[in-house]
Design a binder for this molecule. Structure first.
Ligand code: FES
Length: 75
């Protein structure tokens, strides 16, 4: 059995961002469609540098998307 401690987690903050801890990789994903226009698969796009801890915008107002820039606290 693996005794490694899992330290990655995502905390949903009240009226704020997703706070991500544990060097969780982050990449843009796009749904590709088949010839009939139906959803077929996820395609990996741009990747982002991920420090030990980062915050992802959940309000849609950040100017640094996908990351939170604190704008949520001003509305
Ligand atoms: S959650 Fe902070 S700017 Fe969107």
């Amino acid at each position: 059995m693996n005794d490694a401690k899992i330290t990655a987690r995502i905390l949903i903050s009240e009226d704020g961002p997703y706070v991500v801890t544990g060097h969780i990789p982050l990449a843009k994903q796009t749904i590709s469609t088949d010839t009939d226009g139906g959803s077929e698969k996820w395609t990996k796009g741009k990747t982002y540098p991920t420090p030990e801890k980062y915050a992802l915008c959940r309000c849609g107002q950040s100017k640094k998307k996908p990351f939170c820039d604190g704008t949520h606290a001003m509305s």
